[in-house]
Design a protein around this ligand. Structure first.
Ligand code: SF4
Length: 112
């Protein structure tokens, strides 16, 4: 049976709809995969050392960074690109790497 609704062939409509659904799902999967593919920042990375980055904000060297406060963490830094609930997220200071939501570096700036 070939039903036409408003000039559109039903089978054609279903075929296009399915193709769009597959394309959208593939795009979302690809985006998720690339977000997950970003490596976690190594604390021994030269730039990480230079900025005093630690995965755990409570482990920051207080003598070296006296302005650091226990409440400061990547998750509440204006540069953190992850969601507040994400355990790891991107940071523009460390391109292509993910920083820990509980981490910290000396470039920390309060999220507005
Ligand atoms: Fe974390 Fe902010 Fe430093 Fe990036 S700039 S590593 S989000 S504290």
């Amino acid at each position: 049976m070939n039903t036409k609704v408003a000039g559109i062939d039903r089978r054609h409509f279903l075929r296009v709809g399915s193709a769009l659904a597959v394309t959208t799902a593939a795009a979302l999967t690809s985006r998720r995969a690339s977000a997950q593919a970003a490596a976690k920042l190594d604390e021994k990375d030269a730039q990480a050392i230079g900025l005093g980055y630690r995965h755990d904000s409570t482990k920051v060297d207080k003598a070296k960074f006296p302005k650091h406060a226990a409440t400061q963490a990547c998750s509440n830094c204006q540069f953190y690109a992850g969601k507040a609930s994400d355990p790891w997220g991107a940071c523009p200071l460390f391109q292509g790497k993910q920083v820990n939501a509980k981490g910290w570096c000396s470039a920390w700036a309060k999220k507005a």
